[in-house]
Design a protein around this ligand. Sequence first.
Ligand code: AMP
Ligand code: MN
Ligand code: MN
Ligand code: MN
Length: 281
Amino acid sequence: MPVYDFHCHSDQSDGALSPEALVSRAKEFGVTHLALTDHDSIAGLARAQAQAIIERVHMISGIEFSSQWAGCGVHVVGLNIDTTSKPLLDAIAQQARVRVDRAALIAEKLHKAGIEGALEGAEAYAKGGAIGRPHFAQYMVEVGAVANMAQAFKRYLGAGKIGDVKSGWPETEEVVEWIVEAGGIAVLAHPAKYKMTRSKLCRLTESFAEAGGGAIEVLSGKQPVGLAENLAKIANQFNLAGSCGSDFHTPGQPWQELGCASTLPSTVQPVWKLIPHLSSL
Ligand code: AMP
Ligand code: MN
Ligand code: MN
Ligand code: MN
């Protein structure tokens, strides 16, 4: 039985494991088809691919782009992208600049809130990879400004808080176009995480489909009962396929462990049917 995981992170963005260790862990947890989808980065793909050959795991190239739609931060996964596409590489370079500028802004806001040295602190955790809010959260735990990562997001970094800086991100529709232009499939990531009303989520899904989106994540990690079926209905309403992934970041979080979200409802077309070399599965 194939086990698909089309959404996870390595230490090239905010994950804990190297690309090699990530692929080995995926194998351990039974994953047969894996897409590494680091935030706004493809830096880990070649190393993951090399390890996937050793581990006999089928690797699909991936990325998770940050964007905004109607003022909300929205994530779009790109699957089976051509990683040599010049427009895609330009887009990734642009996102990297946005991340660097955004990190400085987040640090400024935290400074005003009495937290010193956050830029250097977060950079140390990012280790040269795509810097993000979890790196700030790690630093804030280190200096005792908060008790844990969850509290850092709740008080400072989460939606609507001072450190939630998203003004630099491109529109969701533009990101979809980047992915399609690079021959990939654009997937609306973890739709339930945006905490939108159903009608707003449908409007987002409609613009996403019109821009060329191919699928939505019907399964993202371990979900409440009934959510997958609900999301499958939305996928079908807009003629989109369904994707699945753990959104794995770090060991010790069983609700987003590698391979934990692989069985799509039978009512939705699986996203791998849209990937030419997997479409016969
Ligand atoms: P960024 O890419 O910098 O916008 O940061 C977003 C990332 O922060 C997500 O991909 C998650 O990994 C992480 N994140 C978001 N919300 C929380 C939370 N409440 N607790 C812990 N991590 C979170
Ligand atoms: Mn993340
Ligand atoms: Mn995400
Ligand atoms: Mn993710």
